[in-house]
Design a protein around this ligand. Structure first.
Ligand SMILES: Nc1ncnc2c1ncn2[C@@H]1O[C@H](COP(=O)(O)OP(=O)(O)O)[C@@H](O)[C@H]1O
Ligand SMILES: [Mg+2]
Length: 258
């Protein structure tokens, strides 16, 4: 397998005199993996994601995503990298409240210079696959938490990122909605999307990832592959069974989310 994300001795220190937020972390994530990152509040999980996303620069060490040395990119190049190679979703969705669902999803494509027609077509496909197309003209304030997160997922995927980073994406929704979001992320991964998921929820980690990295005090405390969790069976369930009973499939069999 190809290594997609690689951290080598990465340290992030915000303030001298206090312990680093990320402390000499080395790890590699292969293309196609679904990795859960767990650990107590303040242990450095978000900082780790931000370093991978190029939102933040390490104090020392190397961050590679694909062929890029993310920590060495110029401001312009890192902005371009973030738009094209990274999709991020967050606990509180981070949608723009004064833009419609459709315009929220289109924004990263516009920033990346995608042709308007192609961007609209892909946004429409994603919204349909995520079962939120009927809300395309709504404003985020009108949507439930689960709907907002599905819009955020569509926005994260519009530029076909190499890696999807999810920072506690189910932290602000009820558990049934959390399960649905987890199942969507797992389906995306089954279609080949590399996924790094920060979660406080051990059940979510066990069900929707196949590897769990525990972080404590900015360091990797454990890194283990789950025996049974996280992977769809080799022969996928029929489409009408891929989500919770009674709901329609989030991703059509032709993989429109890829
Ligand atoms: N922008 C920042 N400036 C200063 N300290 C920060 C900043 N972001 C995070 N920290 C500190 O770094 C540590 C790790 O934070 P964070 O990565 O947010 O942890 P987690 O996501 O696991 O809760 C904490 O001690 C936090 O206070
Ligand atoms: Mg955090």
């Amino acid at each position: 397998m190809d290594t997609l994300v690689q951290l080598e001795n990465v340290t992030k220190r915000y303030d001298s005199g206090v312990a680093p937020a990320v402390d000499d972390v080395s790890l590699a994530v292969e293309a196609g993996e679904a990795v859960a990152v767990m650990g107590p509040s303040g242990s450095g999980k978000s900082t780790l994601l931000n370093l991978i996303a190029g939102m933040d620069r390490p104090t020392s060490g190397a961050v590679r995503v694909g062929d890029e040395r993310v920590d060495m990119l110029s401001e312009t190049a890192v902005a371009r990298f973030r738009r094209r190679e990274v999709g991020m979703i967050f606990q509180f969705f981070n949608l723009l409240d004064d833009m419609t669902v459709m315009d929220n999803v289109l924004l990263p494509a516009q920033l990346a210079g995608t042709r308007a027609g192609a961007a609209r077509a892909r946004a429409g496909e994603l919204l349909t696959a995520l079962r939120i197309e009927h809300r395309r003209d709504a404003y985020p304030a009108r949507l439930s938490g689960g709907e907002r997160q599905r819009v955020a997922i569509a926005r994260a995927l519009i530029n076909k990122p190499a890696v999807l980073l999810a920072d506690e994406p189910t932290g602000a929704v009820d558990s049934a909605t959390g399960d649905e979001i987890g199942a969507l992320l797992l389906q995306l991964n089954a279609g080949g999307q590399t996924l790094i998921l920060v979660t406080h929820n051990p059940d979510l980690a066990a069900r929707y990832a196949h590897r769990v990295i525990e972080i404590a005090d900015g360091r990797v405390a454990s890194d283990r592959v789950l025996a049974a969790g996280g992977r769809l069976p080799a022969s996928p369930l029929p489409p009408d069974r891929t989500l919770a009973a009674g709901s329609r499939p989030a991703v059509p069999p032709d993989g429109a989310l890829q």
